[in-house]
Design a protein around this ligand. Structure first.
Ligand SMILES: [Fe+2]
Ligand SMILES: [Fe+2]
Length: 207
């Protein structure tokens, strides 16, 4: 059983205690959907079942939800994610969670050695980019996003300028996946959570 003190549920509460912006909450949920899909792959590959499997999924979900939980109040590189890490340390969150969160910020200098840290870094910028790719579709739907279209948008420097393409490429390499596979995995994960992410698309106007 996941320790209830350090569960996805607790992470969700902590995120909402510190974050008002619906966009940041959606970002956390989008990253969670992608990271959790990699947790499922790892659990499958390792033959994890039952409580062990649930514990892995819960820890990876919680980490993704918390990776930017201090960002709204402390966005500078001097403070994010260090203020959040101080809070997590005080609360006794596991080292694995804290190290992965530090690793998503390259400037922290903390290396990404665990699969969790690699997955978090790989999914962070890509989830944001896939959201942007969805929102420029007439339907605003993640279901209309495909790998070829995403790769094309990655070359369009004027599109979603804030997203670091290099980090997406580096993230896939750290996961030892072809970029196309990583993009496809994250599209599928976000499609499965489309409703939660507000990316299920608009219904055609009734006549
Ligand atoms: Fe961040
Ligand atoms: Fe992020």
């Amino acid at each position: 059983m996941p320790d209830s003190l350090f569960s996805r549920e607790r992470a969700w509460s902590l995120l909402n205690e510190h974050t008002q912006s619906p966009g940041l909450i959606k970002h956390a949920l989008a990253v969670e959907s992608c990271v959790r899909s990699y947790a499922q792959r790892l659990a499958d590959a390792s033959g994890l079942v039952g409580d062990d499997r649930e514990a892995l999924l819960d820890t990876w979900s919680a980490t993704a939800l918390l990776h930017d939980f201090d960002y709204e109040k402390h966005p500078s590189t001097d403070e994010h994610p260090f203020v959040g890490i101080a809070i997590l340390t005080e609360q006794g969150w596991p080292e694995e969670v804290r190290t992965a969160i530090l690793g998503h910020a390259e400037y922290s200098g903390v290396p990404r050695t665990s699969q969790l840290a690699k997955a978090l870094f790989a999914c962070d910028e890509l989830a944001g980019f896939l959201t942007a790719c969805s929102l420029v579709k007439p339907t605003k739907s993640i279901h209309d996003v495909d790998v070829a279209g995403v790769k094309k948008k990655m070359k369009d420097k004027a599109f979603a300028r804030g997203v670091h393409r290099d980090d997406i490429v580096k993230g896939a390499a750290e996961l030892e996946l072809p970029l196309e596979d990583h993009i496809a995995n994250c599209i599928a994960a976000m499609q499965a959570s489309a409703e939660t992410l507000g990316l299920e698309g608009s219904l055609p106007a009734s006549s």
